[in-house]
Design a protein around this ligand. Structure first.
Ligand code: GLN
Length: 488
């Protein structure tokens, strides 16, 4: 366990210094996975043989004294809505249970090009709709900090696998908080990059104007190293942006002097209990002592963000998921005629939450309701973007809690509306396309609790700098989940 519970740099230097071979390292992660999986269930599919084959190739390079990159030979996991050639991409749904991807998503390809070793595909709420990973059609995932609790969602498998040290880092997707919220619940770092910064090609869409691929990692530096590998223009994704990609590790200075951090007062609403507000206030004090200027600010339209998000996300989902009709992909139901085949396929293939969203999404787009719901939600989206423009004319970044809650118990989140409401702090960044980063801020009753930094478009580097400074001056990220203390 000591061998693998290291930063990417730590693992890389063990390989380079020949303290361990890549095959041994890969086997150590596989062993950890076998130890933890019976209790965590973060994976939906594993690719151990391919992983070991790739490890042998890296060993050959090392033996020939060829240089290896910072991610080369290190094990990663992919959320199971990110395609990887030759293995299943199920999206946590019976609809795609038998679907094997014919190609790599751009992010998968970029990781492979960087020499990463993919250990497998990670569990998620069905089609990334949810906040607990309980809506996966296959099984829930359990939180390594407390096996009676959820890891969050929808990238719950991606967060749990990193937290349990089954992989060195993972990729997830974030439409309304699905990277940041599970990162907060599992005590890891989670970045949702600026919209357009990372290609979505080969990632199954749930709401294209909100979806973004991002990274879950143990440390801020690890996160920056992975962003270096996956960020950048991709002609295959029409929403991908041509802006220059800096080396994100150059931003990792232990210094926040003079930076202006705004704290939106709406993040301290009644949803946030005192013990959780205290964790965030303490983090703010730490940053202030380190030289940042902290000031309260306001995002006045945030109160409408939840309603706008769910209207837009459901409207887009209803349209994105129209392609799952039994003709093109995945499941096809038995039927007497074509219409019955469409109906039965969708009735059998999709779970309850997906059906709820397709129906509501179709409703808000239907003639007569379009203007009242969808169009209004788009106008609110513009107002929220303007709120951010306003505050960013004064502040370098914003800070608040990632989520009002710590991880709930399995089975506790049965009221969909109550669960939707808890996304309130994460969805504004998706609506405005802004980068946002969740890092461990402290603990509430023994459970990890994350804080969120939101930045200007393309300002991931500055978020990393603030987060890195906080990380260097606190020790929350050194804490180890209960499960790791037990299995080793
Ligand atoms: N919990 C949010 C939802 O269910 C976020 C989903 C996501 O980011 N993929 O819509």
């Amino acid at each position: 366990m000591k061998t693998i519970n290291k930063s990417l740099d730590g693992l890389h230097s063990m390989l380079v210094n020949k303290e361990i071979s890549c095959t041994e390292l890969t086997k150590a992660f596989i062993k950890q996975m076998h130890c933890c999986e019976p209790r965590i269930q973060a994976f939906l599919a594993t690719s151990e043989d391919t992983a070991l084959m790739r490890a042998a190739e890296v060993d050959k390079k090392i033996a020939n004294n060829e240089s290896i990159g910072p991610l080369e030979g290190l094990p990663a996991g992919l959320k199971d809505n990110i395609c990887m050639q030759g293995i299943p991409t199920t999206c946590g749904s019976h609809m795609l249970e038998s679907f094997i991807s014919l190609y790599d998503a751009t992010v998968t390809k970029r990781l492979k090009d960087a020499g990463a070793i993919v250990l497998g595909k990670l569990n998620l709420d069905e089609f990334a709709m949810g906040s607990t990973t309980e809506s996966s059609a296959f099984h829930p995932t359990y939180n390594p900090w407390d096996l009676e609790r959820v890891p969050g969602g929808s990238s719950g498998g991606s967060a749990a696998a990193v937290s349990a040290c089954e992989v060195a880092y993972s990729l997830g997707s974030d439409t309304g908080g699905s990277i940041r919220q599970p990162a907060s619940f599992c005590g890891v770092v989670g970045l949702k990059p600026t919209y357009g910064r990372v290609s979505r090609y080969g990632v199954v869409a749930v709401a294209s104007s909100l979806d973004q691929v991002g990274i879950l990692s143990k440390t801020v530096r690890d996160n920056a190293q992975v962003l270096n590998a996956i960020a950048g223009y991709d002609p295959q994704d029409s929403t991908s942006i041509t802006a220059n990609i800096p080396d994100y590790t150059q931003f990792l200075e232990n210094n926040v002097k003079g930076l202006k951090i705004g704290v939106p007062k709406e993040f301290f609403s009644q949803e946030l209990t005192t013990d959780k507000a205290e964790v965030i206030n303490k983090a703010l004090e730490t940053l202030e002592q380190l030289g940042a200027e902290i000031e309260e600010c306001s995002l006045p339209h945030m109160k409408y963000a939840m309603a706008a998000y769910y209207i837009i996300a459901m409207a887009e989902a209803s349209s994105e998921l129209a392609c799952f009709d039994g003709v093109r992909y995945g499941h096809r139901a038995e039927a007497n005629d074509m219409i019955e085949m469409f109906k039965n396929t969708r009735a059998e293939g999709f779970g309850q939450e997906v059906k709820r969203r397709i129906m509501l999404g179709t409703y808000v787009l239907s003639s007569g309701h379009y203007e009242d719901y969808y169009l209004k939600a788009q106008k609110v989206r513009t107002l929220i973007k303007e709120d951010f423009n306003q505050v960013f004319s004064k502040y370098d970044a914003l800070l608040g809690p990632t989520n009002p809650q710590t991880a709930p118990k399995i089975g506790e989140s049965s009221d969909p509306l109550a669960v939707y409401l808890e996304d309130i702090f994460t969805i504004p960044a998706n609506l405005a396309g802004l980068p946002a980063l969740s890092i461990p801020a402290g603990f509430v009753q023994g459970l990890p609790f994350g804080m969120q930094l939101i930045g200007k478009h393309f300002d991931e580097g500055l978020l990393y700098r603030i987060a890195y400074t906080f990380e260097q001056n606190t020790d929350h990220h050194h804490q180890v989940p209960v499960l790791l203390r037990e299995v080793n």
